[in-house]
Design a protein around this ligand. Structure first.
Ligand SMILES: Nc1ncnc2c1ncn2[C@@H]1O[C@H](COP(=O)(O)OP(=O)(O)OP(=O)(O)O)[C@@H](O)[C@H]1O
Length: 609
């Protein structure tokens, strides 16, 4: 956790506010200036009118003050109306932009950071605190008027108070009219500063305790809210009647008690501050009222001074409170910055940003080992293997034998813990990260399609090369389906964004994912169980046209169905994270005691009559 000073955090935080809502800060300066100055200006002019009425009764001056009061009030109100409308829009759109900002950052994280529970908890916490309590950057946004308005009020009130100390009229000398009384009042007013500060400090302490006692409260809220509405959980929720379990779990982990404690605390503090202001207000009235009684101030000035001193008291209380809010809010800003500053170690580790070679590509694992964070065993152990350019390699093995992990290491989704992977003899970390990833077309088992048009899914982009998309879909076996779709490539998948959206089957989705990989036209194709959801005919078609599908690219075909790998001349057998055999189907079968023969025989018995 970084511990930058609160001022640096505020500057950075307001920098983010400015980036999310660029016109917000200048508009708020205008709006708060107008809001702060308008009532004090009316107060000043009213005082002048009363003084005129009680004194010289000059009609010209009275008219001038009245016209000024009405005219300025009109101009200020008009400016405020225009500015406030725009600010309201910005306030309402801010949270949308903020969540998009968080999401964009998430999409940039290294893959292992996405899988790291700590980072996910950090993000869930930031989202929940921003949402429920409006803490962090959102608090800065909403606090800006709370900061600026009292600053303007304070300045304007001090200007109006000035006459209080410069009164030259003759008056009775008593304690109330003496400078001591003024000093006493100033001390009383200044007492509000430590009082408000202590309240804020207490608030910060209690909030910290509450959240420490419920460290996962926000993670739970986010998880349950998403899970309850997750389409891919809907079947399980119903069939296993998970609704009750979710409700019990939810109430136990984030019950109402938790929120009562937080909002009860805010309520109590607001009440205390209001009581303090009321007492101070009483003292101010008494002080100025008595001084007027002793003839120290004219009638109109009483109104002005009471208004101005009350303005100073109110502004100071608001300022200390908002500064206190900044202190309370600081830990949430630090959490946000921790998230934003997660290191991009995939790019930092190499640093050479070498361009991808244009000649033939040769990948090799050299004694590579890898263990998932928190795991007690290696997912990959001392793996050494080479991929022959332009050839097809099948990777087979039992569940959990490390096949997918090897692919993820190859694509640089993870870094090896030991050993290196090279491309044309150079450590893959030396290459430009994005360009390196661009070399792979991978269809993972848990691929995802999104609720946009079929064409956009295949192109993975807003802009679709229709001819290439169609060609890829036909190659992947979705040609017939495409012909039947109401809007062809523009047909939406799912109904999230279009009523005409279509639901496609698991096998069709797998073909669409395959088409996406083909559309990318990368030199290295990886298919991880690409036929798992396909019917036997579709599966046969994929195998028989595999060479046509991948062309002259290097291809890896991962499967635990051995029959589906026979068409590959090169088969690698994985077991418990190790490469234990490699050869053609016939070669591997001749090793009768080997794993491949064991797996082959185990699977073959179901096909033998
Ligand atoms: N994200 C992860 N975090 C922790 N452990 C993981 C993770 N993914 C996989 N593992 C573990 O790493 C080992 C290898 O998993 P991997 O997914 O590479 O196997 P696989 O051979 O592809 O299996 P399958 O045939 O079921 O797809 C397994 O023990 C698995 O439990």
């Amino acid at each position: 956790m970084k511990t930058h000073s609160i001022w640096r955090n505020l500057i950075r935080g307001y920098g983010i506010v400015n980036r999310l809502t660029p016109t917000y800060i200048p508009l708020t300066i205008v709006s708060t200036f107008v809001n702060a100055v308008q009532p004090l200006m009316v107060l000043f002019l009213s005082a002048q009118i009363i003084n005129e009425l009680a004194g010289a009764r000059d009609t010209g001056r009275i008219t001038l003050y009245t016209v000024l009061a009405v005219g300025l009030a009109f101009v200020f109100s008009a400016v405020n109306a225009v500015v406030s409308r725009r600010i309201t829009t910005l306030n309402n759109t801010l949270w949308v932009r903020f969540y998009f900002f968080l999401g964009s950052r998430y999409m940039e994280l290294n893959y292992d950071q996405v899988e790291d529970m700590n980072n996910n908890e950090l993000l869930a916490d930031i989202e929940a605190k921003s949402n429920g309590n409006g803490l962090g950057v959102l608090r800065l946004h909403y606090s800006l008027p709370e900061l600026l308005q009292p600053l303007f009020e304070l300045t304007a009130s001090i200007v109006l108070i000035y006459g209080m100390f410069a009164s030259s009229s003759s008056y009775e000398q008593t304690f109330i009219t003496s400078p001591f009384a003024t000093v006493l009042l100033v001390i009383l007013i200044l007492l509000i500063l430590p009082f408000t500060y202590v309240i804020k400090k207490r608030e910060e302490r209690i909030l910290k305790t509450v959240f420490e006692e419920n460290p996962k409260a926000n993670t739970y809220v986010t998880f349950f809210n998403e899970y309850m509405q997750a389409k891919n959980a809907a079947k399980d929720i119903r069939l296993y009647k998970q609704a009750h379990a979710i409700e019990d779990h939810y109430n136990k982990s984030v019950g109402a008690e938790f929120w009562y404690r937080i909002f009860g605390l805010f309520g109590r503090n607001n009440a205390l501050a209001a009581a303090m202001n009321a007492v101070l207000g009483g003292c101010v009235y008494l002080f100025i009222g008595l001084r007027a009684l002793y003839g120290m101030y004219p009638l109109g000035s009483v109104v002005q001074y009471i208004g101005a001193v009350t303005g100073v008291v109110g502004a100071l209380a608001k300022l200390v409170s908002v500064l206190g809010n900044f202190i309370t809010n600081n830990p949430y800003l630090i959490r946000l910055f921790d998230y934003l500053d997660l290191p991009d170690h995939m790019r930092e580790n190499g640093g050479n940003n070498r361009p991808i070679p244009q000649e033939e590509l040769e990948f090799e694992f050299h004694n590579v080992s890898f263990k998932y964070p928190g795991a007690d065993h290696h997912a990959i152990q001392q793996l050494s293997m080479k991929f022959n350019v332009g050839e097809r390699l099948a990777v087979v093995g039992l569940n959990g034998s490390g096949k997918t992990t090897m692919i993820k290491l190859l694509c640089r989704l993870y870094e090896p813990a030991e050993g290196v992977i090279t491309l044309n003899g150079i450590d893959i970390r030396e290459y430009d990260y994005s360009a390196y990833m661009g070399m792979f077309s991978v269809v993972f088992q848990d691929f995802k399609l999104y609720s946009f048009s079929l064409g956009q899914n295949v192109a993975a982009s807003e802009v679709v090369d229709a001819e290439l998309a169609e060609e890829s879909l036909i190659l992947a076996g979705l040609g017939e389906k495409l012909k039947k779709l109401p809007n062809g490539l523009e047909t939406y998948l799912h109904k999230d964004f279009s009523d005409d959206g279509v639901e496609i089957s698991g096998g069709e989705a797998q073909k669409a994912a395959l088409a996406r990989a083909l559309y990318k036209n990368a030199p290295f194709v990886v298919l991880d169980e690409p036929t798992a959801a396909l019917d036997p005919i579709a599966e046969f078609e994929i195998y028989s046209r595999f060479n046509e599908l991948v062309g002259d690219k290097t291809a890896i075909f991962v499967s635990h169905r051995l029959s589906s790998c026979r068409f590959c001349h090169d088969i690698a057998v994985f077991h418990e994270g190790r490469l234990i055999q490699r050869g053609t189907h016939d070669e591997l079968l001749t090793d009768r005691g080997g794993k491949y023969a064991e797996l082959w025989n185990a699977q073959a018995q179901y096909y033998v009559a």
